[in-house]
Design a protein around this ligand. Structure first.
Ligand SMILES: [Zn+2]
Length: 298
């Protein structure tokens, strides 16, 4: 029986799992990414991970990383969280060193496949995923197949406009949904509104939970922006299931019911009857990256 190596590249560490096709994790490892990493030692770390996890049954390698990426050419183009890495040809590098097929996609698409294969999207065939983390991302599994767009950069839904006169986004435009509902959006807007820098999104949600007015109003506005984004996506894609994943769903109790209620109000009545809306299981990035192998290799 084959096994797959799923690699999840994050700001803090590169994590990897050896995964059986039924989703059982056979082994784990990781290496620190390091804020000062350069392309050369980054590629060495990747290579060492593959050498360490190489077993006779290994059939393919799947990799997820923050975007934007060029999936055709296997390039990590750039990442806000890994500023020293630019145009890193990680797929070619591993293909030259090892005899395995290498599949690569951005972390939101990988998260979508993880939930689709192993998480709360398991019984879905038209699954829309929104990742609520540092940023706001999306993934779309249509009739069981991952949608990539022309160069693997489809579903950048965090940059759909909510308010063209809204706050400046990291992408350079104004009022993107991501500036209203994401960890970076909440923290930036909170500090602009109150002059106080918060250390984490958890701290923001704690303040909202205590009823602090600034946090409550930013959260309410965030829910409205996210619900409007979901309205557009549901009418465009007609998913059977919408799953929310990412770090912020740890605070789902703070916003989940309100978000679902608002989405239900905004969508066509016919969609209300069958569109399931729920939090995901936050399937790990390494399991999602292994699911990427299964998507293309089986
Ligand atoms: Zn934007």
């Amino acid at each position: 029986m084959n096994s797959y190596l799923g690699i999840d590249i994050g700001a803090g560490s590169i994590k990897a799992s050896l995964v059986h096709p039924d989703g059982t994790v056979l082994a784990n490892t990781s290496r620190p990414t390091g804020a000062a990493t350069n392309s050369k030692n980054f590629l060495e770390s990747l290579e060492n991970i593959v050498s360490e996890m190489r077993v006779p049954s290994l059939a393919a390698i799947g990799i997820g990383s923050p975007g934007p990426i060029d999936s055709d050419r296997g390039l990590l183009l750039q990442s806000a969280n890994l500023p020293l890495l630019k145009e890193v040809a990680l797929v070619d590098h591993l293909r030259n060193k090892f005899p395995y097929p290498v599949y690569y996609n951005n972390d939101a698409n990988v998260a979508a496949l993880g939930e689709y294969r192993f998480g709360n999207g398991k019984n879905s065939s038209n699954l829309l995923i929104l990742t609520l983390g540092t940023g706001l991302g999306g993934g779309w599994v249509y009739q069981g197949k991952l949608f990539n767009g022309y160069k693997g950069s489809g579903m950048e839904v965090g940059h759909v406009t909510y308010d063209p006169r809204g706050p400046i986004c990291g992408c350079g435009q104004r009022g993107c949904a991501e500036t209203y509902f994401s960890a970076s959006g909440f923290l930036t807007r909170y500090s602009e509104k109150t002059g106080t820098e918060l250390s984490s999104a958890e701290e923001f949600f704690r303040r909202a939970e205590r009823g602090e007015q600034a946090a409550v109003s930013l959260l309410d506005e965030g829910i409205e922006a996210l619900a409007q984004l979901c309205r557009g996506l549901i009418h465009t894609l007609n998913p059977d299931t919408l799953v929310f994943t990412g770090g912020l769903i740890r605070s789902w109790a703070m916003f989940g019911d309100g978000l679902k209620r608002r989405i239900q109000e905004l969508i066509f009545p016919i969609f209300r009857t069958y569109t399931r809306i729920l939090p995901g299981e936050n399937v790990s990035g390494t399991l999602g990256a292994a699911a990427l192998c299964m998507e293309y290799h089986e």
